[in-house]
Write a protein that binds this ligand. Structure first.
Ligand code: NAD
Length: 257
């Protein structure tokens, strides 16, 4: 399929799932805007590499998704937004009574509120064009819970609810809004959890991956960033014109249990 002529903005896309979404959108012909809170030479080099590899326009725009004004400015600076992928996210794990308030606030801001601000800024452009796609990267934890991830799970359930509301407010306008709910995908965010889990369970890396991390993922296989990116591209295709206000799980069977 071709998304040639469309501009896609992917928040939090200098790594992991966001970068996977950028790669697949660019492969499908979309011009892409990469984002994170950093502004390093390597961020801009990444955009250059993607432009060259896929023959599309690619830019890196710095914006901190914990700040409402930055979220809205990202859309303004991009100048066009046909496809918005709200992907930026962080994680923190702690029992609720010890959960630091600043971590709660940061997770709600980056994982949930940023999607509210970017979507509000992007919808006028999509309505003007008569076409648009909002794809929110939620999680299996947007549909189910696990202990010690109160802020993340609250934020991801919130993202699912926000997706349904945006779908209703845009229904029949050529715009769709959905949430993708990945199970475990091997990215830096997940990689960073492995040493703590090894310590907590007194297990080696392979055992922790198989017995602890993928315990709820019946396939016992990580999903890949390309698979999540491919699902984003599918939601941007005409086959998905009537798919709106729903969730698509890419979780190896996690939520079937
Ligand atoms: P990652 O750490 O590789 O990527 C997170 C991205 O968000 C990075 O590009 C980072 O720079 C960016 N980011 C963090 N804080 C930001 C901020 N304040 N402003 C702008 N950008 C910021 O992690 P990932 O696993 O690729 O996660 C991406 C999304 O996928 C998250 O929303 C996460 O919750 C979700 N998710 C991940 C998994 C998984 O198993 N990896 C599963 C389900 C959902």
């Amino acid at each position: 399929m071709t998304l040639s002529g469309k501009t896609a903005i992917v928040t939090g896309s200098n790594s992991g799932i966001g970068l996977g979404a950028v790669e697949e959108l660019a492969r499908a012909g979309a011009d892409v805007v990469l984002n994170s809170f950093t502004d390093d030479a390597q961020d801009h080099a990444l955009a250059e590499r993607i432009a060259k590899e896929h023959g599309v326009k690619a830019r890196y725009i710095q914006a901190d998704m914990s700040k409402p004004e930055d979220c809205r400015a990202l859309i303004g600076k991009a100048g066009a937004c046909d496809i918005l992928v709200n992907n930026a996210g962080i994680q923190f794990v702690s029992p609720i009574e010890d959960f630091p308030t600043d971590k709660w606030n940061a997770i709600i801001a980056i994982n949930l509120s940023s999607a509210f601000h970017t979507t509000a800024a992007a919808l006028p452009m999509m309505r003007k064009a008569g076409w648009g796609r909002v794809v929110n990267i939620a999680s299996a934890h947007g549909l189910t819970a696990s202990p010690f991830k109160s802020a993340y799970i609250a934020a991801k359930h919130g993202v699912v609810g926000l997706s349904k509301t945006v779908a209703l407010e845009t229904a029949g306008q050529g715009i769709t809004c959905n949430a993708i709910c990945p199970g475990y995908v091997l990215t830096p965010l997940v990689e960073a959890q492995i040493p703590d889990q090894m310590k907590a369970h007194n297990m080696d890396r392979e055992t922790v991956i198989r017995e602890v991390m993928l315990e709820r993922q019946p396939s016992r296989q990580f999903a890949t960033t390309a698979e999540i990116g491919g699902t984003v591209v599918f939601l941007c295709s005409s086959a998905a014109d009537q798919i709106t206000g729903t969730t698509i799980s890419v979780d190896g069977g996690w939520t079937a249990m």
